[in-house]
Design a protein around this ligand. Structure first.
Ligand code: SME
Length: 158
C-alpha cells in the first residue's frame, strides 16, 4: 500500500489518471469496507481540495452517513430526498451545477454551491452513494462523472 499520495498536476483528466492507480494501491489487499471508503474519500479530498467528499450507505430505508472528509454533515437521508436520495432513487449519477436550483437540495452547509453524487452498485442494486460538494458553482462535469464512477467501481462493497 502506498503511504503517501502523490498530488498530480495538470488537467482534471490528468489528475484523475494519476490518482486512480494510487487509489487502486490503497485498496489492494484490504478487505475492510470502512477503511477503503475512508481512504478513498481522503485521497479525493487531498487531490482536488473539494469542500466535502464522503459516502452515504443504504441502511434499511435510508442513506446513513459513512466515512467522509470535510465539515460535519447530515446523518440520514431518505430515498428521493436531496441530491443523494435522488441519485439513489434514480440509480444514476447526478451533477448539480447550482445546488440552490435543485428542488429539495439538502443544505448541510451554506458554503456548498455545486455537487455530484455517484451511486455505488452491488449486484445491480444501489447500496450507497459517493457525494462530493464544492464551494464553487458549476464545479463538476462529465469528466468527473466518468472517473468518479470508475473509482467507486474499484470498491469491493461486499
Ligand atoms: N447536499 C446533499 C446532502 C449531503 S451533504 O451535501 C454532505 C443532498 O442534497 O443530498
Amino acid at each position: 500500500m502506498a503511504e503517501d499520495l502523490k498530488i498530480a498536476q495538470g488537467s482534471k483528466q490528468e489528475q484523475y489518471l494519476e490518482l486512480i492507480p494510487q487509489i487502486k494501491g490503497l485498496l489492494e489487499g484490504e478487505p475492510d469496507l470502512v477503511a477503503n471508503l475512508a481512504n478513498t474519500a481522503a485521497a479525493l479530498k487531498e487531490q482536488f481540495g473539494w469542500f466535502w467528499v464522503g459516502f452515504y450507505l443504504v441502511k434499511e430505508d435510508e442513506l446513513v452517513l459513512g466515512p467522509f472528509q470535510g465539515p460535519v454533515a447530515c446523518t440520514r437521508i431518505r430515498k428521493g430526498r436531496g441530491v443523494c436520495g435522488s441519485s439513489w432513487e434514480q440509480a444514476k449519477t447526478l451533477i448539480v451545477p447550482d445546488v440552490e436550483k435543485f428542488p429539495g437540495h439538502i443544505a448541510c452547509s451554506s458554503l456548498s454551491k455545486s455537487e455530484i453524487v455517484v451511486p455505488l452498485f452491488q449486484n445491480g442494486a444501489v447500496v450507497g452513494v459517493l457525494d462530493v460538494d464544492s464551494s464553487a458553482l458549476d464545479q463538476f462535469d462529465q469528466t468527473d462523472a466518468t472517473y468518479l464512477e470508475q473509482i467507486v467501481g474499484l470498491l469491493n462493497l461486499s
